[in-house]
Write a protein that binds this ligand. Structure first.
Ligand code: GDP
Length: 332
């Protein structure tokens, strides 16, 4: 049976980039029995608090979008935070969801779980077939543990836990901090500031040659709601005990970081030059997910990248204006 609109769904991490998109998508699809807790209300690394919460709420479906995330530099600098917080959140939420009787769980991973030197595009079957990229290894190992947990609960307990691996996401509510963000929000901010201050150039980290795939967060959320709404039989085929319950979510095409920077500059209207800073890491040479399985189920991304970047930039400007208003109120 597919899930009903009245199903009680706990969305963990509803204020983050992925989680806020899921929140919008669930509401738009008519799911109105949502359980939500901010980080301040529920500390997901606290096992006792999580157990109490699940025992009281008993959600039927759980979406685990809460995670400690960051870009290449943050992952490289704070590996202990990334592995510890993500493992703790996953162990608590997955175990307690099962104890409290959740029928389904959707665990959000990341495309960095796959080996560094994978053939491209990356098929789900490539999981654990080679060494990982070093810059985000701690985060990747935590996410791989999450996939393994979903699979183990399916095998041992007959659960229906599915691990989805979204490609690089961007969109409303993104992190625009230049030190800890991912490349796309960083470039949006850099291009905006370079334009606003009349600078002649914009600094892009690394060589500009790595290839990445980008998906607007609302599209990822649409894919997740699509998966949750599959008929019982089709959903069950994704979580069979014989194989890891793993599904890629991407748009199926990638571009170089250089091309991406050019596209961002075009959207923002910055006409200066790009300068490449080779002292910063490139990370994996290419990361493009194979989305054949998702496409076979009937879902496909639709939003062109440039349109997604325009929407993200509009959101960036809104956030900026709101922050400027607040600052004016404080000084006024
Ligand atoms: P990754 O996909 O895990 O490597 O994470 P990122 O999104 O942080 O970086 C993707 C690629 O963009 C890497 O090759 C970075 O070096 C490159 N990049 C170029 N400029 C920037 C920037 O300003 N910030 C970030 N985070 N990455 C950048």
């Amino acid at each position: 049976m597919s899930i009903e609109r009245s199903t009680k769904i706990y969305l963990a991490g509803h204020l983050g980039l992925a989680g806020s998109a899921l929140h919008r998508a669930l509401r738009a699809a008519g799911f109105d029995n949502l359980v939500l807790r901010s980080h301040a209300e529920l500390e997901l690394t606290d096992q006792r608090a999580v157990r109490r919460f699940f025992a009281a709420e008993r959600p039927e479906v759980v979406l685990l979008a809460a995670a400690k995330v960051g870009g290449i530099l943050a992952n490289d600098r704070y590996p202990a935070d990334f592995i510890h917080q993500n493992l703790a959140v996953q162990v608590n939420v997955i175990e307690e969801a099962w104890r409290a009787g959740a029928r389904k769980l959707l665990f959000l991973g990341s495309s960095c779980v796959y080996p560094r030197a994978c053939p491209q595009p990356i098929k789900e079957d490539y999981l654990l077939t080679g060494p990982l990229e070093t810059t985000n290894r701690a985060y990747a190992v935590a996410k791989i543990a999450g996939i393994e947990m979903c699979w183990s609960y399916n095998r041992q307990h007959g659960a229906q836990f599915l691990a989805v691996m979204p490609t690089n996401l961007f969109g409303p509510g993104d992190n625009y901090d230049l030190e800890s963000s991912h490349v796309l929000p960083a470039l949006i901010r850099k291009a905006h500031e370079a334009k606003a201050t009349g600078r002649a150039e914009l600094v892009v980290w690394g060589s500009g040659n790595p290839r990445r795939e980008f998906l607007y967060s609302d599209e990822m959320a649409d894919a997740c709601v699509f998966l949750l709404s599959l008929s019982g039989e089709r959903y069950a085929s994704l979580v069979r005990p014989e194989a890891p319950p793993l599904l890629n979510i991407g748009c199926g095409t990638d571009i170089t970081i250089r091309e991406l920077a050019q596209m961002v500059c075009k959207v923002v209207g910055f006409r200066g030059a790009l300068r490449f800073d080779a002292s910063k890491p490139d990370g994996v040479p290419q990361k493009l997910l194979d989305v054949t399985r998702l496409a076979a189920l009937g879902w496909q991304a639709r939003l062109p990248l440039q349109e997604g970047i325009s929407r993200a930039y509009a959101n960036f400007l809104e956030v900026l204006r709101a922050a400027e208003k607040d600052a004016a109120k404080l000084t006024g």
